[in-house]
Ligand binder design. Structure first.
Ligand code: SF4
Ligand code: SF4
Length: 393
């Protein structure tokens, strides 16, 4: 196992993400399988386990605790997340945190994150009424949280803003990064922003929900020419292993063979050759179906509605690749006169765009996807009910 030093700890570079455990037909977690996967992972050197309050409708934390109960608490690191983005309104934050502690059968978290910070949820996290940040800082002072970070699904401007505003408060940021999102979600810039603030980078979705572990036959063949035995997934892990600022790469494993294959990828470092890297980016380009916006912002100056055009196109590209509630949440966070529907179709932006992007048409399509797709408010309703039930309301 490759390990990284972080604040005096030796963290396994492969972390076990607990959001995708195998479930049984009766809706419960397949605990035997989870236990087996954990035993295998621990035997292979994994010492970092990441869960969150809402994962698997609240079942993830308990299943993880069950699988870890035979191991000494100081032999592994536990990460959990505060569900600010899923709250039904202001609640007793400490009581909610204590539910997580109980479910995880522990009295502290080594790592704790504000879950899913983006342009919409930041308003909740910063709201005086919700009182989240002061409560979380109190828990940290009491030693119930050892290291504080946040998982992030917003744009680069917000990331820079949050890290500047809260300099010294957070120690690490978890972002979605892989060789596809390096450009698709601007993960390259996010990586640079986080490391320039001196913080650790944690990675989620290294395989883009499995898409990079099961490439098309054509793309997979391009990788097989380098090594007929290497899995598609191993290239995504090797791409990330080359980035020194990355401390933990979380993989949401739900099958024993995935644990075995992932452990193989993390046995030792094997830097990508220039040729392998080139092919990975070619594969990434072949998978995108959005517009080639470079975020140069030449279009923004002349926009009479002062829209953040590159940010909107970023949402469009992501939504075209795969429908995502995170993108809807980012759009929900915008004022009405900054949403895609505010575009008056004047066409100034298209004239200014060196890529010749037909921005008004793209924004019309984005508005259509956004207004006709599921909203976060609808999706979160069951989470609201679950939180209220957990809190005895
Ligand atoms: S077409 Fe829309 S986005 Fe482009 S400049 Fe005009 S109002 Fe702004
Ligand atoms: S000018 Fe074109 S490429 Fe540049 S930010 Fe605007 S839409 Fe994107």
């Amino acid at each position: 196992m490759i390990y990284n030093e972080f604040k005096g700890m030796k963290l396994s570079r492969l972390g076990f993400g607990c959001m995708r455990f195998a479930m049984k037909d009766d809706g419960t977690v397949d605990q035997d399988k989870v236990d087996k996967m954990f035993d295998l992972a621990i035997e292979g050197g994994v010492n970092y386990f990441d869960t969150a309050y809402p994962y698997l409708g609240g079942l993830s934390e308990g299943a993880m605790a069950h699988a870890l109960k035979k191991y000494p608490r100081d032999s592994y690191y536990l990460a959990d997340k505060f569900p600010g983005h899923s709250l039904p309104g202001p609640v007793d934050n400490i009581a909610l945190f204590n539910i997580s502690l109980n479910r995880c059968n522990t009295d502290y978290f080594d790592f704790y994150l504000l879950h899913n910070v983006n342009e919409w949820s930041i308003k909740i996290y910063e709201s005086e009424e919700y009182h989240i940040i002061p409560d979380i800082l109190k828990l940290k002072e009491e030693g119930k949280i050892r290291h504080l970070g946040f998982s992030f699904h917003g744009g680069c401007d917000l990331l820079e803003e949050v890290l500047t505003k809260y300099e010294g408060m957070f120690e690490f940021v978890q972002i979605q990064c892989n060789y596809l999102d390096w450009t698709l979600q601007d993960a390259r810039r996010k990586y640079d922003i986080i490391t320039s603030h001196g913080l650790g980078v944690w990675i989620m979705e290294p395989l883009r929900g499995g898409k990079l572990a099961a490439l098309s036959e054509e793309n997979s063949a391009k990788l097989k020419q380098f090594d007929a035995d290497a899995s598609d997934a191993s290239y995504s892990f090797r791409f990330l292993q080359d980035l020194e600022g990355i401390k933990v790469i979380l993989s949401g494993m739900n099958e024993v063979f995935q644990v075995e294959d992932n452990l193989k990828s993390f046995e030792s470092r094997k830097p990508l050759s220039e040729e392998e890297r080139k092919v990975l980016f070619e594969i990434a380009d072949s998978m995108k179906n959005g517009v080639p916006c470079t975020a140069c912002r030449y279009c923004c100056k002349g926009c009479p509605m002062e829209l953040d055009i590159p940010m909107l196109l970023d949402c469009y590209n992501n939504m075209k690749f795969a429908s995502s509630l995170n993108m809807s949440m980012r759009l929900d966070g915008l004022a009405e006169d900054k949403k895609p529907s505010a575009c008056i179709g004047c066409g100034q932006c298209t004239h200014a765009c060196p890529q010749g992007i037909d921005v008004p048409s793209v924004l019309r399509e984005l508005d259509d996807i956004y207004t006709n797709g599921p909203t976060w408010a609808e999706a979160a309703r069951s989470r609201h009910d679950a939180i209220l039930k957990d809190l005895g309301k």
